[in-house]
Each structure stands twice: as structure tokens, then as C-alpha cells.
Design a protein around this ligand. Sequence first.
Ligand SMILES: C[S@@+](CC[C@H](N)C(=O)[O-])C[C@H]1O[C@@H](n2cnc3c(N)ncnc32)[C@H](O)[C@@H]1O
Length: 415
Amino acid sequence: MEVTKQEKQSFARYKANNTIEEGDLVVMYLSKETMSIIRIKDGDYFNCKFGNYKHSDMIGLQYGTKLGSNTGRGFIYLLHPTPELWTLVLPHRTQILYIADISFVMNFLNLKPGMSMIESGTGSGSFSHSIARTLAPTGHLYTFEYHQERVNAAKKEFEDHGLSDMVTLECRDVCKNGFGLENKVDAIFLDLPAPWDAVASAKKAFKQDKIGKICTFSPCIEQISRTVTALNDEGFVDIQMYECLIRFNEIRVIPLWTIEQAMEKQRAVELKRKKATPRHMRENNTTEEETSAKKIKTESATAEESNPGTPASTATTTTNNSDSEMDDGAAIVIPKSETPSAASTPVLASEAKIETSTPTAAAAPRERIDPVNVVVTKLPVEQRGHTSYLMFATFTPQTQHPSLTQLNAEAAKSE
Ligand SMILES: C[S@@+](CC[C@H](N)C(=O)[O-])C[C@H]1O[C@@H](n2cnc3c(N)ncnc32)[C@H](O)[C@@H]1O
């Protein structure tokens, strides 16, 4: 039998066969706020609020599959890991860069495949993953971190994520000892408490015959001030500062019920509730029906009052019944080990028999009501504010005169 060699997974590209295999990393997406990453191992389980998922059920599925849980309570998406998702699920060892700053910095540094770049400190490796993917497949990232445990953790992650060929990670204090690289890189990014101490060494690391870009990331304006002085002294030009704020707008699709549809729904709910109540507990059948009829009448009258001139049947009301954020109507796969027939291939949820009602609450078949859906946007209460100031400057071979610091030092010597 022909044994096909498993393709090595990398965060720099999608797997060509797009298939989940033993040993692969998979991002388990429950919602935008709830994600985690697992490594597939036959015999292991992934537990979440929707139930248990067997890893073995995921092997052979395509990345992007929507997988139903054994409890029928929800579903998850099985996603291929990317630098963007890694930023959201990584173990935090330090503060990290998020996608707003990452994308802005990469654009302003003009990063392209094939370039070489310096980054310091590596921290939790959030930015490193995005840089590596952009420089791939032929470029190179030199990343420096002086905290040994962080170096060890990041090194393992780069190996596990198929990036070690294009990332060189070194344990080094770049402010004290510089980068140890000369005439080597196109771009430099400094996320350090004292970036000004690394500027002189950064200048040497740029390819001396080309234009290069540097960015420093600092939360305080005092740090920016010292960095500007250092950049000016070293002959960098085009010094600019930005602050990147992100304002998120939540987009939701909600049903727009007409009063008539809302009333019909309410009637069905009342009927179901009535049927679920044992006969001996129903004190007065007529009273309950009367109450619900009265309630509906009042609602209808209120709607007409608030929409003068609008007949109750055309006035609208909205209900937000979107249970799951990515409920896009895509087919859900039920894990094969959970299907009653133990069929060898996963089945669609629509084909699976799911018990939803108790014998006492068996609802009478009723017509399905399909409301018109509308798209609304909503600003969440919480907004993310200032993270850091982004300082950009350009290295150009034309302005490489002796720096002010050098001139002052020489003047002091000759006095
Ligand atoms: C805020 S973290 C960087 C986070 C990183 N940008 C990310 O997205 O994950 C700053 C890192 O710089 C490292 N660091 C501070 N001073 C340093 C120096 N002089 N040389 C090398 N690393 C340094 C710290 O140990 C820390 O891990």
C-alpha cells in the first residue's frame, strides 16, 4: 500500500490538501471571543460548553468544517491556524501587538516577501508570526530577546509552527550589545522600553546601499522624545509618529417580524406551554387562553398607537434570536462516532435524528414563519483605546554623514 507522507504544517501558508491530520494544530472557533488551539491526537478530547469532541472525529475533515457537538447544544468551526488567529489564542508571556498595530506597521515598513528584517524584543512572538508569514518563503526575520525563558518558549513555537527555517531567534540584550548584524536588513521594528539605545546599532544593520524603514513602538511620549533625538542624531529622515486606534462595529443579521408574525409566534409559545402543563395542574384552561388573547390584543393596540396610520399587520418588531455568531446556515457535520448507525462517514445535521421535545410537550405541527432579515450595526460599550505611539523613520544612504553624537564626541576629545 502506498503511504502518503504527511505535509508539514506551517503558519506561513495553508496546507495544500486542506485536511486535518494527526499531529496538526487546529483552532477551535466557538465565537469571536471564545477560541483555543489544540494539537490533534487520536484518543484525546476537546471539552467545551457545547460538549466533548473526539480528536479522532476531526481527522480527515477539511479545515473550515462546522462540527456539531454530541449534545446537540452547539457547533464549532475547525480552522487552520494563521498569524491573525495565533495573536488571539497565544499564551501571553508579555504584552503583545494586536492586529490593528500589526497591519499598520507592516504596511508602513513596506514589508514584502523576500525581505529581511530585525525585530526586538520577541516577547510572546505575536508580531513575529505575522512578519514571518509576510516575508515567506524566501525572506528572513532576525528576532532578539534578552529574557532566556521567553527565548526558549518562542523558539519552540517557531519550530512547532513551521517557521524556524526563516526565523533566527537570539538571546541578546540589544541595547547593551547591539544586533551584531551589518549591512543585512531592509526593515527594523523595536518594541523595547529604551529603543533609543538600539538606534545606532540599527543604523549599521540596514543594507547600506538601499532605503530602509524603522519603527519603534512606545506607550509614553517621553520615550518617543528620546527616540526622535537618537534618530535625528543618526541621520534618519522622514520621522513621523502615529497612534492607531481601532473602533469595532458589530454587524448582526436580525429578523424583522411583522406584528402578525410576532402574534403567531406568541400563540404557538402559549399553546406549547399549555400542552406541556399536565392536565391536573391546569386550573382554568379558559382563563389562560383568555389571558394570552388579551395580551396579544394589547400588544397589537400599542403597535397601532405607536405607528399611527400603520395597520397592525404591516407594523414591524425585531427580535434578536441569533444564538451563534457564525450561524451562517452552512451544513453542520455531526461527529461520526456520535451517529446512531456509527456510519463511517460524518452525516449532515439535517439528516441526523435529534430529539427536541418531551412526550408531554409534543408541539402540534405548525407552519414555519420566515421573517425578513435585516442587517444592523452595533457599537460595543467597550472600546479599545491607546496602545502605543508608532514612530517611523527612514534610513537612506544619501544622508549618512557622521552623526551629531559622533561629532560631539570628536569635538569633546579634541578640546
Ligand atoms: C512588549 S514585549 C514585545 C512583545 C512583542 N512585540 C509581541 O508582539 O509579542 C517587549 C520584550 O522586549 C524584551 N526586551 C526588553 N529590553 C530588551 C533588550 N534590551 N534586549 C532584548 N530584549 C529586550 C522584553 O523582555 C520583552 O519580552
